[in-house]
Design a binder for this molecule. Structure first.
Ligand code: HSE
Length: 431
């Protein structure tokens, strides 16, 4: 068999990284594959690699339609538009597709996998999740013989970088986000990152593969990091916790629960030490036990390396099913309700007056909630001070009731911010 002929649609951060890999004589890519065509919005942009030897297409869909291109690498991004049309076009004619597009796979993965099964064109997307960390392959291949009960991870490098840098340097959210954009971690629209949507796309993909269920993005409960403040990071730290954007899927009694949300992790939690743009995934799977995967979750080099590994799988004819098994074997699992009980962190901004703490603890006591830790710090710049506390294990509905009672107090000057305390353990639920 001759070399597989590859076309790349999209030459942004990851596409640029892949061009460099094709140009690197130490890379195995050129042994069995040949890059023949590229498509991007701007032909003249300097990508540090000469693209003059490749056929150029202004339109990625036209590239995808070329019958002499065996593999279309889709690095355009976005769940719809040209990325989707290019992938559909390639799969419909039986070409293979390698994509780094988590939004596309999370939202339209089922329909695309149907097209792939019908035409025989493979659909691979290792680079869509976890940058350079082989999370998709690990779930599809390494734990294929296990029953996975939970996947929990840090799946967004931008948020993790922001939270880590805020803690380390005391800089503002906005200034650290600008760094993440400069370093090539952030999505073209960074609200996809900070709003939790990017992590939710990735969690959708991982949960489907881990649990053998149909991808169900609409089912993920999503909360971003926009409300996490420097005050939260510092005060949680004094209480022994680090704040992380946690993406978690769990299979309980045949029902699937998926959420992305900022949470407090005790310093000894397996995900608490994952810093900067690193991603991590912890998988609970029997009989293997708990497995942890860690590595660089964003950026040109790590993500391009995952694209390259899919390309080599295609060239060596070991590419399997898009979601790890034939679509007919994926089940439509019922949606589980969120955990009823847990430990919670509350941050209140209050007027600095006598009796405020008593009023707050009264509202908690009224709902039968016991305080585990409590912290008030002086606020030099004004009459409003932050108070934070963590609760002992209690009913979620009790916390909701207490928070709305607190909100009615005239000394509470803004809506209390609530985050769960996440624990390590069999079900990865709140404590
Ligand atoms: N914007 C993504 C992140 C890039 O920050 O993790 C990798 O998918």
């Amino acid at each position: 068999m001759g070399k597989l002929r590859v076309g790349i649609a999209g030459l942004g951060t990851v596409g640029g990284g892949l061009l460099k890999l094709f140009a690197d004589p130490r890379s195995r890519l050129n042994e069995k594959l040949e890059l023949v065509a590229v498509s991007a919005r701007d032909r003249s942009r300097d990508r540090g690699v000469d693209i003059g030897g490749y056929r150029w297409f202004d339109d990625p869909v036209e590239l995808a339609a070329q019958r002499d291109i065996d593999v279309v690498v889709e690095l355009i991004g976005g769940s719809d538009g040209p990325a989707k049309r290019a992938v559909e076009t390639a799969l419909q004619r039986g070409a293979h597709v390698v994509s780094a597009n988590k939004a596309l796979v999370a939202v339209h993965g089922l329909a695309l996998a149907e097209t792939s099964e019908a035409s025989g064109g493979k659909l691979l997307f290792e680079a869509a999740v976890g940058g350079g960390v082989p999370m998709v392959k690990a779930l599809k291949e390494s734990v294929a013989g296990c029953r996975a009960s939970a996947v929990a991870g840090i799946l967004n490098g931008t948020c993790n970088y922001i939270l880590t840098e805020m803690e380390a340097s005391g800089r503002s959210f906005e200034s650290v986000l600008a760094d993440a954009q400069r370093l090539g971690y952030a999505e073209a629209d960074p609200t996809m990152d900070v709003g939790g949507f990017d992590a939710a796309h990735k969690l959708t993909i991982l949960s489907a593969i881990a649990f053998g269920t149909l991808p169900d993005f609409e089912h993920v409960r999503i909360e971003g990091v926009e409300r996490v403040s420097l005050t939260d990071i510092r005060m949680a730290g004094k209480l022994g916790f680090r704040i992380k954007l946690v993406a978690k899927g769990a299979l309980n009694d045949g029902a699937v629960e998926m959420h992305v949300r900022p949470a407090l992790l005790a310093f000894d939690h397996p995900l608490a030490s994952i810093g900067g743009s690193l991603n991590a995934l912890v998988v609970d799977a029997e009989p293997a036990g708990q497995l942890t995967f860690i590595g660089r979750g964003a950026g040109a080099g790590p993500t391009a390396s995952s694209v390259a590994s899919d390309l080599i799988d295609l060239a060596e004819e070991r590419a399997g099913h898009a979601f790890g098994r034939p679509l007919a074997q994926l089940s439509s699992a019922p949606r589980a309700t969120p955990a009823e009980r847990g430990r919670y962190y509350l941050r209140l901004m209050v007027a600095d007056r006598p009796g405020v703490v008593a009023a707050i603890s009264d509202r908690l006591a009224h709902e039968g909630i016991s305080i585990e830790s409590f912290l008030q710090m002086p606020a030099p710049e004004g009459p409003v001070v932050p108070i934070v506390l963590t609760t002992q294990t209690c009913a979620r509905t009790a916390v909701e009731a207490a928070v709305s009672a607190m909100q009615a107090l005239d000394v509470v000057v803004e809506a209390p911010y609530v985050m769960p305390v996440e624990v390590s353990g069999a079900h990865w639920g709140a404590a």
